[in-house]
Design a protein around this ligand. Structure first.
Ligand SMILES: Nc1ncnc2c1ncn2[C@@H]1O[C@H](COP(=O)(O)OP(=O)(O)OP(=O)(O)O)[C@@H](O)[C@H]1O
Ligand SMILES: [Mg+2]
Length: 294
């Protein structure tokens, strides 16, 4: 029986790509407390996202992907806390920052895209109004400039009739359109870092592809650093440069997508690959496409 590998902060220190990372999580431990006691959810997670790259965070359900993302954003659920470790945005330590400081950072420094765009959008406000409110919170702009900025970002995410959509309410939008609006909103304040937590899971296959292509294009054009959380190794193979594999609250393996998908060393990654997407990778290789970045 092989031992489960877990990545430690010491491994990150040896990794040149982690040295100038935009976001660096080191030895992060997170616990949940309730009336019956406490339960550790993350057992020392280390993840680094290099500038201008898309890093995949993959793993089975319950492995701790969303808790890791929530910890980075300072949005852990009630009763769930960081007990030790570090989360840095550039040189800035985020663990221990107060609610207000984190709130101020969130719009300008990093954006979030969740699985269900409908829960991210306020049902009572038009698209333009809610995007305008986000801008008003984080940027000092006049009314006209705010409107122009909202329309600019709606167009940037592939919504040509931006004015009409700005007047629409969330229930009037299809799932794909709603997710485009969420992406536009996440970009409004020029963040350098985006977390996309299963951004396409609820969408049908064609729309899923369109949204992933859009994220890939934006990542490249705007030189964003993206943490792409997914169950789906084919998404990692196609869109990410590097990847961390999570299993039961640990990162069991990370590296370039090529390394991890070609020769996974952790038993869990090997099983994940075998169970899900090996065929996809070989298919792409057979058709002469470069499935994985170097
Ligand atoms: N609010 C909470 N209180 C207590 N435990 C929680 C809470 N939210 C999540 N957990 C637990 O933390 C662990 C990790 O959950 P998390 O949501 O991060 O998994 P995940 O990898 O994102 O899974 P999925 O792929 O299903 O989204 C799970 O065991 C889950 O039950
Ligand atoms: Mg999740």
């Amino acid at each position: 029986m092989e031992a489960t590998l877990t990545r430690s902060a010491a491994d990150l220190d040896l990794d040149p790509a982690a040295q100038n990372a935009v976001v660096t999580v080191r030895d992060l431990r997170v616990k949940a407390a309730n009336s019956r006691g406490t339960n550790e959810l993350l057992h020392g997670v280390s993840v680094a996202v290099a500038p201008g790259t898309m890093h995949g965070l993959v793993g089975e359900t319950g492995s701790g992907k969303s808790i890791t993302a929530a910890a980075i954003m300072g949005l852990l659920p009630k009763g769930v806390t960081v007990t030790s470790g570090s989360i840095k945005l550039g040189d800035r330590e985020l663990v221990g920052l107060g609610h207000n400081e984190l709130h101020e950072l969130r719009g300008p420094a990093f954006g979030m895209i969740f699985q269900n765009p409908r829960t991210a959008l306020h049902p009572m406000y038009s698209v333009g109004k809610q995007m305008g409110r986000v801008l008003a919170e984080h940027m000092e702009l006049g009314r006209k400039e705010r409107t122009e900025r909202v329309l600019h970002y709606l167009r940037l995410v592939g919504i040509p009739d931006a004015t009409r959509i700005a007047h629409a309410f969330p229930h009037e939008l299809s799932g794909g359109l709603a997710q485009r609006v969420v992406i536009a909103t996440s970009l409004l304040c020029d963040p350098t870092f985006l977390i996309a937590d299963e951004p396409t899971t609820g969408l049908d296959a064609t729309v899923q592809r369109q949204i992933l292509e859009l994220l890939a294009r934006l990542q490249e054009d705007l030189k964003l650093s993206v943490l792409m959380i997914t169950h789906d190794l084919s998404i990692v193979a196609q869109y990410c440069a590097t990847v961390s594999v999570m299993y039961q609250g640990n990162v069991v393996e990370d590296g370039t997508v090529r390394q991890v998908l070609r020769s996974p060393s952790a038993p869990y990654s090997r099983n994940l690959l075998k169970a899900s997407r090996l065929e996809f990778v070989t298919q792409r290789e057979r058709s002469g496409l470069t499935a994985m970045s170097a």
